[in-house]
Design a protein around this ligand. Structure first.
Ligand code: SAH
Length: 406
């Protein structure tokens, strides 16, 4: 095991269980290569155990603040097991078979995101630590859940900085196996709605299961409304609005394949009588840039809008520009929506705090000359917990607002 000494004054957050250590905070490293490390303050007192890899952009990830823990593969396996067991109730839900099993640092496994889709598990890796322990993580998930297949890939945004290959890796019965993309789409349900995901494709691990609770909120207010679903992806908000009794839903996204899949999912849910009859006649799809599209929307056409853009602030440095983009999108939506219309608006940028998100909305309202009422504050579901010693884990923020004009 390596021994790493942290510079005086750089250990404050670490003592409060923040898990990230950048190279500038390190005073001394004893030992060679990548591996587990005992992390000490300059006075020599124990802070935590971690995993060190000089090639990672976060060179040291802290894993345990308990001196009596033993750092080995069995410890990593126990983190996986505990993470899954924390979701026992969710895993027993009959109406939801898609959820996050491991949520990275918030579950004490830096850079590991694992989602289950019915009988399949998909892992997205964003750290060298996660890549190093991938076989152990996959094998432990297999032991607990017995999935039909586990697929793992490296997050595109991290493959470069971490020096990792993006390629898909497949595990069956806990062992690495040949890639199997010829198999059928996997079917799963979320809150009673049917979905399909193609093997090894799609965005994220194929589906955004962090929005589960917010889709239900949208459904509850959709009755009798004319809905615009911006950044619809494969249509979960559209499907919920339809089940909630929306008059019509116009879905817009820049991914044509996602929109085609949206229509397919409307069909299968209508066929299974999960959404009302003739739902397919109520839906339109448009392949367009939503930032431009919203400008051309007819005034007062909609009385409900969903704004779920991709992560616009990738880092804290890009926050100012991102704030402008979020504000502009929300401002135009507020201008276009009918008096008393409802907007479900989101940001999944970790760099933007919940407070900044609300501030941005108040600026947008002031510029649009409208008043807004905050009806509900929204966030990711409980399978994407926010670890308070790691504020970066609060990435998804949402507000359900009513727009009042004149
Ligand atoms: N609302 C979706 C998730 C949205 S993710 C759900 O509940 O599952 C963000 C989506 O925005 C992606 O589908 C992506 O294709 C789309 N997108 C990214 N940039 C876009 C742009 N400029 N205009 C339209 N869509 C965009």
């Amino acid at each position: 095991m390596l021994t790493i000494t942290i510079k005086e004054g750089k250990d404050k957050l670490l003592l409060k269980h923040h898990p990230w250590v950048f190279s500038g905070a390190i005073a001394k490293i004893e030992g060679e290569g990548a591996g587990f490390a005992e992390v000490l303050s300059e006075s020599g007192s124990f802070i935590a155990y971690g995993y060190y890899d000089a090639k990672s952009h976060i060179v040291l990830h802290l894993l345990s603040w308990n001196k009596s823990d033993r750092m080995d593969e069995a410890f990593i396996r126990s983190l996986v097991r505990r993470s899954v067991l924390r979701r026992k109730e969710l895993l027993q839900r009959k109406d939801t078979t898609c959820l996050r099993l491991i949520h990275g640092e918030a579950d004490f496994l830096p850079g590991v995101a694992a989602d289950c889709y019915g009988r399949e598990v998909r892992i997205i890796i964003s750290s060298r630590f996660a890549y190093a322990f991938l076989p152990a993580i996959a094998s432990e998930l297999d032991t607990i859940l017995h999935p039909s297949i586990i697929e793992a890939s490296v997050d595109k945004a991290f493959a470069g900085p971490e020096g990792l290959p993006e390629r898909l890796r497949t595990f069956k019965e806990g062992k690495e196996a040949a890639e199997d993309t010829s198999r059928a789409n996997v079917r799963f349900i979320e809150d009673g709605i049917l979905y399909e995901a193609a093997p090894g494709k799609g965005q994220k691990s194929g589906f955004y299961c962090d929005q589960r609770d917010n889709r239900r909120i949208v459904e509850e207010v959709a009755s009798g409304r004319t809905v615009l679903d911006l950044f619809s992806y494969t249509g979960p908000f559209t499907l919920h609005a339809l089940r909630g009794g929306a008059l019509s839903v116009d879905a817009v996204d820049s991914s044509e394949s996602a929109l085609r899949h949206l229509l397919y999912q409307v069909h299968i849910n209508e066929d299974e009588k999960i959404i009302p009859p003739e739902s397919r006649e109520k839906v339109t799809i448009t392949d367009a840039d939503c930032f431009g599209y919203i400008r051309g929307v007819e005034d007062g056409k909609y009385d409900m809008m969903i704004l779920d853009p991709p992560k616009l602030a990738k880092t804290k440095a890009s926050l100012d520009n991102a704030m402008k983009a979020y504000k502009d999108l929300n401002r135009v939506a507020m201008l276009k929506i009918r008096n008393n219309g409802i907007i479900a608006t989101f940001s999944c940028s970790a760099a933007m705090s919940a407070e900044s998100f609300r501030l941005m909305l108040s600026w947008a309202a002031a510029d649009a000359g409208v008043e807004i009422q905050l009806l509900r504050t929204m966030g990711a579901g409980e399978d994407h917990p926010i670890r308070l010693s790691f504020p970066e884990s609060e990435y998804l923020k949402g507000c359900l607002i009513r727009v009042i004009k004149g």
